[in-house]
Design a protein around this ligand. Structure first.
Ligand code: DON
Length: 603
């Protein structure tokens, strides 16, 4: 992260410049294979982008450009995020939108304050802990639960963005919807990734509105390069631009959501008008940890992401585990090659195992479950770090007994986590910064569309089992009005003087924690630039096998070396989309993950 200025100047000649590369209709099919996230480590390598004033990194060029336009108009980081989110909802509908939830971290460049907003979905008042169990007590099949009205929580994205705008907005609310309304009216080019996911998933399970929008009359999916308009979403956006979130939570859009849930093809939902009207986004305390002279801040519960990332870093730093020398510039994954290469990665994976064991046991919605406040105490982290021995990896770590934990113990977690999420990273002209991870949970969420947008399936992030085999209640069990535990980990990093150093985050279900740790270590310990850190082959452990990213040097080099240390290796696709901005004194450096369609744009 602390690169000499001369290197930024060299790489800046590779930057995209000021024009945005949207998908050209005639090129899209050719690019399809390259850009599809299902290809492990696939996608196009992207240049590091350098800017002086402001920057946006988002998962789709249309969205990043919308954010940059707002920043050029004098908008704040929050203003830009609203425009980005609305365009993402249109062009990357499978991943995020107003039918879903989000966590937002904000750094105020003037006051230096860090705020976090919890825009997580809530379970309807009628929801019960056994919601995802069949009458015989067996769990519902995961996909059947997803594709039903039961999986949809009360959406939080709009309420979260409104709260952020009330605190840090500069431009009028209405203006921030203009880019998405224009694109919904005039049409956008379907991206290769959206087309590929539609082809893979097929029309089954989508409600009529979604099926008609995503497939033609013969149920062929929209193709990469097709021009697609979304008039229903344009109407929704105009109503929210004029009337604010009230329209969504109490007005015409609320009625559309309830109608879609009631008419869900498989099992109807039980959300009510009162559930929607009662939704509130919440300001929460950030979770921060000191790491090698930096301060790394993330999202607290109901996300487990910030705590698990902080625990991992805290174990590494408190135990003074030296996790590796600086690799040759421009080739960070050379770390995986050569003698002792596996040791740094194995140390990280051991710390992750311990962090996952604790987060599974203790973390859930803090308004329902007393939190284990001692998880981040230095003494506890030191005691956990002492369990780490890279030469003798743990098959599975047990949860610890942190100080100040809840007065009663929780059962062993049984939450299933799947992948449909997007990371927005922004720095504005005032030096304020925003990291937002936003999701409708699995790709296309519940597959129910209302008002031109998809509804989430976030409630399947609860444990399907309310109690464990011993009858202990599971912390992340479903309860009415509760927010499901998340792994999303939007992150801000501050330097020794308290100035902003980096903005980052990632999609990818519970592997988000591994992706963030990998990127942070790459930036801070291994002196990667933003693009290198985003692209670094994935590795780590969620308290099971040592996972390596298929088709990369993590699989070919690190895997065998870690196996020699005694790790059980599992090669998997790691279809994340890590989006990073690094701030140096005089420049912003942006990196968009090669695995997805994102782009960094700045001025
Ligand atoms: O909140 C969570 O942890 C999950 N619902 C996130 C899902 C996700 O990241 C999907 N990613 N591609």
């Amino acid at each position: 992260m602390l690169l000499p200025i001369v290197r930024w100047i060299a790489v800046s000649t590779l930057a995209f410049g000021s024009s945005v590369a949207v998908f050209a209709a005639d090129q899209a099919p050719k690019d399809q294979k390259q850009a599809a996230p299902e290809i492990a480590a696939g996608g196009t390598a992207k240049p590091l982008v350098i800017a002086q004033h402001h920057m946006v990194v988002a998962a789709n060029p249309y969205a990043a450009e919308a954010g940059r336009q707002i920043l050029r108009q004098g908008g704040s980081d929050v203003d830009a995020a609203i425009a980005v989110q609305m365009v993402l909802n249109l062009v990357e509908p499978q991943s995020s939108g107003i039918g879903g939830g989000a966590f937002i971290l904000m750094f105020d460049g003037k006051t230096k304050a860090v705020e976090t907003i919890d825009g997580r979905e809530t379970a309807p008042a009628a929801a019960r802990p056994e919601r995802f169990l069949l009458p015989d007590g067996k769990e519902r099949e995961f996909d059947a639960a997803v594709n039903s009205g039961l999986s949809t929580g009360v959406p939080g994205v709009l309420a979260a963005l409104k709260l952020a705008h009330d605190r840090h907005g500069k431009l009028p609310w209405k203006q921030l919807f203009e880019p998405a309304i224009k694109l919904a009216d005039t049409g956008f080019i379907v991206s290769p990734r959206l087309a590929k996911l539609l082809t893979e998933q097929g029309p089954a399970g989508f409600n009529v509105e979604a099926k008609t929008y995503f497939f033609d009359a013969a149920t062929a999916p929209r193709k990469a390069g097709d021009m697609l308009k979304n008039p229903a979403f344009s109407v929704t956006l105009r109503a929210i631009a004029e009337g604010g979130p009230e329209v969504f939570y109490k007005g015409v859009v609320a009625n559309q959501i309830l109608a879609a849930l009631k008419a869900a093809p498989a099992i109807p939902g039980d959300m009510t008008a009162a559930d929607l009207a009662a939704y509130t986004a919440k300001l929460r305390d950030p979770v921060c940890i000191a790491y090698r002279g930096f301060r790394v801040c993330g999202m607290g519960p109901p996300s487990s992401g910030g705590t698990a990332v902080a625990m991992t870093l805290g174990m590494l730093t408190n135990a003074d585990l030296v996790i590796g020398a600086t690799p040759a510039p421009g080739n960070p994954d050379a770390l995986f090659d050569g003698a002792n290469a596996a040791r740094p990665a194995a140390l990280i994976a051991e710390a992750e195992k311990l962090a996952f064991a604790d987060r599974d046991q203790y973390l859930a919605d803090p308004d329902f479950v007393p939190q284990a406040l001692g998880l981040l105490s230095p003494a506890y982290l030191m005691s956990r770090a002492k369990l780490i021995d890279a030469a003798h990896p743990m098959a599975k770590a047990a949860p610890g007994t942190p100080p100040l934990r809840a007065g009663w113990l929780f059962g062993t977690d049984a939450t299933i986590e799947h992948s449909g999420t997007s990371q927005i990273s922004i720095v504005d002209d005032d030096g304020s910064a925003l990291s937002m991870t936003t999701t409708i949970e699995t790709a296309f969420g519940s597959r129910l569309m209302a008002g031109g947008f998809l509804l989430n399936n976030q409630l399947t992030d609860f444990s399907f089992q309310p109690v464990d085999a011993n009858g202990w209640p599971i912390a992340n069990r479903l309860e009415p009005g509760k927010r499901p535990r998340s792994s999303m980990a939007p992150t801000l990093i501050f330097g020794p003087t308290g100035d902003l150093s980096a903005v980052l985050g990632a999609p990818g279900g519970s592997r988000i924690i591994l992706y963030d740790v990998k990127a942070i270590v790459c930036l801070i310990d291994w002196h990667c630039d933003a693009e290198e850190a985003a692209d670094l082959p994935g590795f780590g452990s969620r308290n099971g096998p040592f996972e390596v990213e298929k088709g990369t040097t993590a699989e070919s080099k690190l895997g065998p070396a870690a196996a020699a240390l005694g790790e059980t290796i599992k090669a998997v696709d790691m279809n994340t989309g890590v989006h990073i901005i690094v701030r140096h004194n005089r420049a912003l450096e942006g990196g968009a993950d090669r695995r997805r369609e994102g782009i960094a744009l700045g001025d």
